[in-house]
Write a protein that binds this ligand. Structure first.
Ligand SMILES: [Zn+2]
Length: 111
């Protein structure tokens, strides 16, 4: 997988989390300006991702708040399980997206 796809997925998730928060605040009766712009940006970004990747992301997001999480010092920051070093080496270099064997989230390495 291209690193660009990974960046887009992370950005998509950031937008989704912001939209969720805005929706929660709106439910309390507050008016959020810019929420529709957020949703437009989200749709535009989702349209640039491959269908299979988007599907994988959406499926995880239906179960988990975060579908894609960073790995720092070989620890998955979704479930705090240590990842095998061999995966870490591949995950930093390969084009493929790796998933945490414990929690199933997609991983990206930040260290
Ligand atoms: Zn995990």
């Amino acid at each position: 997988m291209l690193k660009k796809d990974l960046e887009m997925l992370v950005a998509l998730q950031d937008l989704d989390l912001m939209i969720e928060e805005a929706d929660d605040v709106e439910k309390l009766g507050f008016n959020i300006t810019g929420c529709s712009e957020l949703k437009n940006a989200r749709d535009e970004l989702a349209g640039r991702l491959s269908k299979s990747l988007l599907f994988r992301y959406e499926r995880l997001r239906s179960k988990l708040k975060r579908a894609i999480v960073p790995v720092k010092n070989d620890i998955c920051l979704g479930c705090f399980l240590r990842q095998p070093t061999s995966i870490g080496t591949k995950g930093r270099e390969d084009d493929e997206i790796f998933t945490c064997e414990n929690c199933g989230r997609m991983l990206y390495w930040i260290d």
